[in-house]
Design a protein. Sequence first.
Length: 178
Amino acid sequence: MLHDLVHLGVSPLEKAIRTAAVYGSLLLLLHVFGKRTLAQLNAFDLVVLLLLSNVVQNAIIGNDNSLLGGLLGALILMLLNFILVRATFMSPVLNRLLQGTPTVLFADGHLDRQALRREAITTEELIAGLRRQGLELDDVERVTLEPEGTFNATPKPKPSLQDVMRKLSAIEAALNQR
């Protein structure tokens, strides 16, 4: 029994290559298929992501069901992720290349229907995302879809007390002229 726990079914180099290949391929696929897959999940997206982990499992582990092999695969994934996160932090160009750029969905009171279509986001999904942030479309100046799939809303500025007092004085002056 102990032998089955620690004996690798494949060489450590093969395990590393398999893990790195699957990690890189999944990053590429998620980049190609868009930001929506990352955060604005509907039931279809969730099912795909859950099944995806099962589909690539054998590609990572090969003929290895050992505890040591699983821990080695996890260590390799964590190291690859650590290196990639550090590299994208240090290089804005690499970050933009791998992560992408924000997409403006709403600005100056107008929806960018072409951007919504390109990102496969309905107006209702955009409104629902804003409501989860406690906002309505009328409350924002601009909404962008960030590379990691989150909505970034810029609220309209709230009037200051001075603005309100100035408006009130203008109303009072207009009433006094009558």
